[in-house]
Design a protein around this ligand. Sequence first.
Ligand code: MN
Length: 727
Amino acid sequence: MTADISDLLSAIHNAERSYDVSLIVKAYEFAKTCHSDQKRLSGEPYITHPLSVALILLDLGMDSSSIAAGLLHDVIEDTKTSKQNICETFGEDIAFLVDGATKLKNIPLHTQEEQQIENLRKMLLAMSQDIRVIIIKLADRLHNMRTADAWPEQKRRDKSLETMEIYAPLAQRLGMTAIKEELEDISFRYLDPIAYDEITEVLKQKRELTRSINFGNKTYIEYIEQKVYDKVKDMVSRVKISGRIKSHYGIYRKVYMKGKGWDEVFDIYAIRIIVNTVLECYSILGAMHDMFTPIPNRFKDYISTPKPNMYQSLHTTVIAADGIPFEIQIRTFEMHYVAEYGIAAHWKYKQGVEKNDDLAKKVAWIRHIIELQQEAKNTEDIMNSIKTDIGSEEVFVFTPNGEVKSLPVGSTIIDFAYLIHSEIGHKMIGGKINGKIAPIETKLKTNQVVEIITTKSASHGPSRNWLNIVKTTEAKNKIKSWFKKEKRPENIRGGINELKKELLRNDINLDESEFEEFFKPIATRCQFNSVEDFYAAIGYGGVIISKIMPNIKKLYFKYNKNESRPKFVFQPNNFSSSTGVVVEGIDHCLVSLAKCCNPIPGNNIVGFITRGSGVSVHKTNCQNVLNAQKDEAKIDRFIPVYWQMSSNNRYISTLHILAVNNDEMIFQTTSTLSKLNVPISELNVKFLENENIKIDVSIFIHHVSELKEVIWQLKKLNGVISIDTKS
Ligand code: MN
């Protein structure tokens, strides 16, 4: 659609802030006159381009000067007008912006690349003085790319490449995500149309696949949106929920460049939840983790630790009952504006109130890039340094021989050692930064000279703790493979110990003697040849227990329900056993006292499951019992039994239950107790600030085993975090 001045004026009219309309109209008239004899490649009058750029700037919330400069941005470059002319008519401020956005002409340079570098240098310098220059350039580039179909093929590809390498990363560094993603997707479509279409096609298929009757004939994302809305609408005063699908280029990077499977991209679908306050963000996070199953290690708190480009949000990845993972982003309305518009939000929200100094701090990295590339020797180095510095969040360090190495931001001396060579890493005992000894976990900064101190001792190796310190996958893999190779017995032992710890934490009661039988199927499912290999893998960090814990739990409950749950089951209230003996795990069964030893209350007793006449109760020291216990075939038929407590002999015990506050929790607790015939004497509920609740319930019970059973049954309830009997 071709832009017209009336579009701009009505957009200005609808904007939330006031603009200097006469200045903008004056700039429009000026530009229109200058460009009057020019047409775009599409055949439209040239002025439509600056007008569209001005509209983009307005949409970003930029000020009147920026919009005027947007209208004038091509005047110096493409017409006979000079910077001086603009300065006389519009003042220095606008003249600076227009000049900053203007390419250098007639520079005596040979190659196109040198030209590109000089222009880039000029642009960076101008933007380091006034950041609005780059915002205007980005708006200019965005409109050019939106209309690039009119360009010849070669120009399209050149501009796409430049956009991908320089403008999109610049937008990213400035936090202007919406523009960054659009620039990337357009450029990507020109650079690799086949991959682009493939992704479109897969997304289309996925959309149809997930449109299902279960979701009320909605697509998956619409269904999740609705579900989330229903859950949070009463929690907060104002909420906006939107579903989104990862950008084409975002998918391309993961699937095509990083070689991940489509199923490994957990954030193809995302739900954004936007609310008023930070507090609400966190309470909604709790509600989401309550509602869906969170994937471990995918939670990121960019609210307490914003990204360098000012982005703030809570991120978590969860799985709904239907098994499709999706990302949830939770943020406030203000954070959302910054997330979409980045540095431009400065003009929208602060409207110039914030001091320019603060803004300068936020873009200090631009100065750094300029300084860095001034030291570089040849054009190729300059280009590379600009591209890498803008594009990726990397640090560049030197070996003592002056070789440059690049590592992701946050890398340590250990990462550096492994980058040089595995053996250097394995034999490292210390490191130096710029000639001074530094702790090996020190994070590296650009321009440091890093030296590794190694030992010749053959027995030296990495520490397991390094796995928690290193940043790069490369170092992690090399350390893991060292442990895998060098330390098998230790790994097996370590793996078993770690499993024990985790099982304990999860209330899974499994003796080490049962391990082999229990973990065999899990080891097989994880593609290990033996259970030992499986333990060893846990030991060296190749298998993360928390990832397989859900399976372990599932298996355990299955295994446990069927056979050996060593628990007490209640006698119904009307139970009156003539024998006065209670059999663990069995209701209403036929019980007889064995004639051979005639046990009486107070004796230590054990039950034996007879063929056809129920459980016979013996003294534990009965000779028949001792004989039968030597018999392999009979050993499984013994079962614990207790003397029944007198029904008058109840006592009160108080349980302190900490649980996630889902609506059902209190009801579930009381109904579980009532099913177990446990009378309640008192119940207190406290709602905690972190969305949890504490239920203190006093109950009448007969026996400690009964109490244990109550706790066991309550712990099975969804949402129970812990139960204890001490206050
Ligand atoms: Mn332009």
